[in-house]
Design a protein around this ligand. Structure first.
Ligand code: FMN
Length: 300
């Protein structure tokens, strides 16, 4: 039997297949389709301190080889996550649970992290730095390295478990962003988030999404994601969760070969809700057939 266990710093996963934030609800929504306990880890939808109603519709659009979304971080807030969502995952014994926070100020993120630090069902915390920092004019955290530094240091101080910083590739220098995140206390990096884009409603001669810009995900962004993972892995010795357009075993292997220790499945959960569990089986069969170990998956 091939050993699929991976260690991302202190975080041990039974296998390297993870589900990406915002594409797998709070886990329980998928329990009717798959045995959640066969997945390496599930990442919960981003939460904010008080919750958010999100953006008005339309919220999604199909694109060639992908989709765009402008959900606007709709969520019911930290308290709801703790009281209502986490207890529903209590019966799971093998899958790790990664909570994801997307506060709009440094203080909001710190407050969420402090509370999540007390939650036994949370095995790791992912910090989504692609959202706007309202105290500095609404510029996304990831576009201001100084804000990233202060934010990650602040969260690090109150969170004792594995801290994952989720990087965007829509920045001037993703390697620099990775370095600042690590220096400030990230144990693990996850990348990439969606890539901003614009869709147009030709009939109405209007922008399709109410906020103009929306996030592109799916196979269309895979080469961008692979480049980001490749460059960060080449620059630093850091556990990486790679994501962006993964839809097949071949894609999983590509991310691992360029340096990811684990991979996250996003948009493709909507196409095939069973994909994460299937990829675990396919990865095991592939390694067994090729007589390879996970550690053999690296650039030659
Ligand atoms: C509908 C949708 C909602 C998402 N919501 C979140 C979110 O709340 N927090 C987050 O960190 N990433 C969110 N993402 C980004 C994904 O987690 C992932 O980083 C990105 O989609 C790239 O992976 P993919 O191409 O496999 O989907 C969302 C993506 C989609 C498609």
């Amino acid at each position: 039997m091939v050993d699929l266990k991976v260690k991302l710093g202190k975080l041990e996963l039974q296998n390297p297949i993870v589900t990406a934030s915002g594409t797998f609800g709070y886990g329980v929504e998928y329990a009717q389709f798959v045995d959640l306990d066969t997945i390496g880890a599930i990442t919960l939808k981003s939460i904010t301190l008080k919750g958010k109603v999100g953006n008005p519709p339309p919220r999604i659009a199909e694109t060639p080889s992908g989709m765009m979304n402008s959900i606007g971080l709709e969520n019911l807030g930290l308290e709801h996550l703790i009281q209502s969502c986490l207890p529903k995952l209590d019966n799971l014994k093998k899958v790790k649970v990664i909570a994801n926070i997307a506060g709009h100020t440094i203080e909001e993120n710190i407050e969420c992290a402090r509370e999540l630090n007390k939650q036994k069902r949370v095995d790791a915390l992912e910090l989504n730095i692609s959202c706007p920092n309202v105290s500095s004019g609404g510029l996304a955290f990831c576009l201001d390295l100084n804000s990233v530094d202060v934010l990650v240091r602040g969260v690090r101080k109150v969170y004792d478990g594995s801290l994952i910083v989720k990087l965007s590739a829509a920045v001037p220098d993703v390697v620099k962003l990775a370095g600042v995140s690590m220096e400030a206390g990230a144990d693990i990096l996850s990348l990439i988030n969606t890539i901003p884009g614009v869709e147009v409603d030709v009939e109405q001669r209007k922008l399709f999404f109410s906020r103009g810009s929306a996030g592109l995900s799916g196979p269309a962004i895979r080469p961008i994601a692979l480049k980001a993972v490749y460059e960060v892995a080449k620059a630093y010795q850091v556990p990486i969760i790679g994501m962006g357009g993964i839809g097949s075993l071949d894609d999983v292997l590509k991310f691992m070969i360029v340096g990811a220790s684990a991979v996250s499945i996003g948009m493709m959960n909507f196409v095939r809700p069973t994909i994460a569990t299937e990829l675990v089986v396919e990865l095991r069969e592939y390694l067994s057939m090729k007589k390879l170990k996970l550690s053999d998956l690296k650039l030659q």
